[in-house]
Design a protein. Structure first.
Lengths: 213, 221
């Protein structure tokens, strides 16, 4: 089951994508969102209650917004000058969550083995690999990261990537919660690990901001 | 015994076995395939195909999985010994024939009706061989001649990922993809106008009928 866990901190993209949240009052380019991350209660073998036969996106949106409603009053925004503000309770807009629909759908299709899988092509993701991807993506939604495109690695690991011209960043959602990431502007290359639960690595945030802006 | 004769019972991947047989990569300077015209020189141009579907991505596009088989089985490439202009038609035809065989199920597998050859990326063997991480002191990428009876200009790209952790392997995949897309995508002449979005999704400079038609920036994806 998707649930919330330890308090951790990560950058948001509220300013880059005002439609995503639309509730931030600061005009600074960088703010920190003192929130929580979705993690499995049984990491690393993550599981999910998402029933794709019903409506995975609706379930995920409901779970995220329920979670935000529960913790909204405890949510703070920390600005760069370390002033703490109480954040208003907010829900992630339907429009923003809907922007994730293609990637969530694709994850389900990967797992459902829809299409014509062939020898030499990537393994069908396991249930754990699917759940790792869903949890990772749910964390991205909460962090208001723009929706990525999906990709599938040979061993069944599901990844996600963002691209704008030569700028490229991607994450592999690993079942152990240690998600490898890499990014480039076409000249410089960076890579590392995003451990969930835990904040998005600042280097990755920078890569994503360079793509979003 | 051929360089490509490997132990089918081995737990190592094909790429790992080839690296183990050629630890320093010196075999790249030798002709390792009987059917090939010789080893692949650094300044030789190679073509690598981009196919669709890339597993349900609606718009196509390209990501770092372009070269992921170089880490496991070996990534196929087409040698363009006499340059792109001399080989373009043949390269496009070969890539399209393979896609057609996949669509029709004449390649020994079930038909995959949606398979499409979108276009070719090209790069030199030297660019691939120079691809490594900042901390690497030695080369990571090999390019071997791998001619076959049906295709004497077949080449194989093999990555030596010895000692790399997951993020480092990932970065290497990204570096290879960036090399491939630098010269843009040479769009398949078989790609219908209605499927051009598959090529546009790469956000690369597109070469249509020998002309570059600009770089597409369509946002993420």
């Amino acid at each position: 089951m998707i649930s919330n866990s330890v308090l951790s901190r990560g950058s948001t993209f509220l300013n880059a994508h005002p439609s995503a949240g639309g509730h931030a009052t600061t005009t600074q380019s960088t703010i920190y969102f003192a929130g929580e991350y979705f993690v499995s209660t049984t990491q690393p073998a993550a599981t999910s209650d998402v029933d794709y036969l019903v409506s995975p996106l609706e379930q995920i949106r409901t779970q995220i917004n329920d979670w935000l409603a529960r913790f909204g009053s405890q949510t703070c925004i920390q600005t760069e000058d370390a002033t703490w503000l109480m954040a208003p309770r907010f829900q992630i807009s339907q429009e923003f969550v809907d922007s994730y629909e293609p990637v969530f759908k694709t994850v389900m299709l990967y797992r459902a083995h829809v299409g014509n899988w062939r020898d030499g092509e990537p393994d069908v993701p396991s249930e754990a690999q699917k759940s790792a991807a869903l949890l990772g993506l749910a964390n991205m939604v909460v962090a208001l990261v723009p929706a990525p495109s999906p990709m599938l690695l040979e061993d069944g690991t599901i990844g996600a990537y963002w691209r704008r011209g030569q700028c490229y960043a991607s994450i592999d959602f690993e079942v152990d919660g240690e998600h490898s990431w890499a990014g480039t502007d076409g000249e410089k290359f960076r890579s590392g690990t995003w451990k969930v639960p835990g904040q998005l690595p600042p280097e990755l945030v920078n890569e994503l901001l360079s793509i979003a802006n | 015994m051929s360089f490509y004769d490997l132990d089918n019972e081995s737990k190592l991947t094909r790429a790992q076995q080839l690296v183990a047989k050629d630890k320093d990569g010196a075999k790249q300077l030798e002709k390792v395939s009987e059917q090939s015209p010789g080893p692949v020189s650094d300044n030789e141009l190679l073509a690598r195909s981009l196919d669709y579907p890339n597993k349900f991505t609606a718009t196509g596009g390209v990501d770092e999985t372009l070269f992921q088989d170089a880490f496991t089985h070996g990534a196929s490439a087409q040698r363009l010994i006499r340059g792109w202009e001399a080989h373009a038609t043949d390269a496009h035809n070969r890539f399209e024939e393979r896609a057609k065989a996949r669509r029709e199920g004449t390649d020994g597998h079930d038909p995959n009706l949606s398979n499409q050859y979108v276009g070719a990326f090209r790069m030199t063997a030297g660019e691939l061989r120079a691809c490594k991480l900042d901390r690497d002191t030695g080369p990571r990428v090999r390019v071997y001649d791998a001619g076959e009876e049906s295709d004497e200009l077949h080449a194989e790209i093999i990555v030596d990922d010895t000692g790399l952790n997951r993020p480092e392997k990932k970065e290497l995949r990204v570096r290879l993809m960036i090399i491939a897309q630098q010269q843009g995508l040479f769009v398949s002449p078989y790609l219908g106008a209605g499927d051009l979005s598959r090529a546009e999704g790469t956000q690369c400079t597109l070469h249509l009928g020998g002309e570059a038609v600009g770089q597409f920036e369509l946002g993420h994806g």
